[in-house]
Write a protein that binds this ligand. Structure first.
Ligand code: ATP
Length: 196
């Protein structure tokens, strides 16, 4: 479903991604870890098709959806309810995702008035409503409490069972170790190691 070869991305004089190749097996959770500025978010944006490589190839089969690091950029309406309704009118799907992301009590709030963790959950709901084949998550556990992290892991495993593939960037190494099948360690624009 997902393969990148010899990717290179430059921002002006900065070589953010130097030469990256990897494959993501279908139906798995793969995590990208590494220090700030190592090129993880840029790689995720390439997978989402939001950015073009300077060199190299990105091959993606299926629909991708990206939960960006700046989740506020996903909110466009005055309430969480309207923001979710913007994605789909499927009432059953809306009810399912609202419950899954524990948003029932937040539906009539302004998205910008929510806490960091609540915004994370509302943004994740918006992304899930698009029913992606490949879910790309940039630091999804940021601001989440331990209980919701465990629920997120369960949710990701449910999605895997439905055939969804997950690529997530995280600084939460414990979360990655507990729930991912593979991990790619980024260092200075390259992958230093990639394994189970
Ligand atoms: P973090 O963990 O802090 O999110 P990251 O591993 O995701 O870091 P990237 O955000 O991909 O790293 O950034 C890689 C490099 O590219 C960094 O040096 C960063 O400063 C630079 N960079 C990222 N986005 C831009 C941009 N839009 N314009 C210029 N430079 C950028």
């Amino acid at each position: 479903m997902l393969k990148v070869q010899e990717l290179q991305v430059n921002y002006g004089g900065i070589r953010a991604v130097k030469n990256i190749s990897f494959e993501v097996p279908d139906g798995s959770i793969v995590t990208l870890v590494g220090a700030n500025g190592a090129g993880k978010s840029t790689t995720l944006k390439l997978l989402a098709g939001l950015q073009k490589p300077y060199r190299g190839e990105v091959r993606v089969t299926g629909k991708t959806a990206l939960l960006p690091q700046e989740v506020q950029t996903l909110f466009a309406k005055k309430t969480v309810r309207e923001d979710l309704a913007e994605v789909t009118s499927d009432e059953a799907m809306l009810a399912y995702v609202t419950a899954l992301c524990r948003l029932d009590a937040l539906l009539d709030r302004h998205p910008y008035d929510l806490s960091g963790g609540e915004q994370q959950r509302a943004a994740l709901a918006k992304v899930l409503l698009t029913r992606p084949d490949i879910l790309l998550l940039d630091e999804p556990t940021r601001g989440l409490d331990a209980a919701f992290k465990a629920e997120l892991a369960e949710l990701l495993h449910d999605l895997l069972a439905q055939g969804v593939t997950v690529v997530l960037v995280s600084h939460d190494v414990e979360f990655c170790a507990a729930y991912a099948q593979r991990c790619a360690l980024f260092f200075d624009g390259s992958i230093a190691s990639d394994g189970a």
